[in-house]
Design a protein around this ligand. Sequence first.
Ligand code: SF4
Length: 223
Amino acid sequence: MLYPINEIFHSLQGEGFYSGVPAIFIRFQGCSVGCQWCDTKYTWKQLSNKMGLLKDILLKSKVSNIWSYLDCMTVLSTIVQKEWNANHIVITGGEPSMHDLRPLTIFLEKNGFYCQLETSGTYAINCSEKTWVTVSPKLDLKSDNKTLMKSLIRSDEIKYLVNSELDIEILDKLLLNINDDKKRIISLQPISCNSIATNICIKNCLARNWKLSIQIHRYLNIR
Ligand code: SF4
């Protein structure tokens, strides 16, 4: 199976439950969700005239909409050649759940890696059972996409963007609709590192024993 990939790189996971963990990021090209606060808009369109080779996505010095079709073996051989030490792989986007991720996640697991999927949950999630699934619910979309209940149920972590107290009320209603006993992580992430939103997140994390996700890569000025 071929996957449209925007970039593969090595850094620290900056968000959510695995914040601070060394990770290899596989960023997919293509997303139809249209989130208001998206910071990877260059991944939205999979333009045929921007399709390049593996070297074109590995040699990027800045973000761009250049992408390449890669198969599982090429992803693995790239990681091996780079001699990156991390065994945590973050599959992100774009919206990777637009694709069947079972071949990729199962293949990477067989080769000793642990996969984490970051997704809006607006598409059915097809990945290995062991994959850690982080769903960022999208509740204010102008498009017809909505976060699916079955995606929330599959999630190990719900990472929720917060701009105001109203967002917390909306999240509470969403969580009430999830009828299972799974002990999933709830991570609150202030939008754009905004100080008012950060204080709202801190207050609610302390009150509810939730996790604060502060996008440490932005504070550290790393990728
Ligand atoms: S799902 Fe992700 S890539 Fe797509 S618009 Fe939303 S934040 Fe951006």
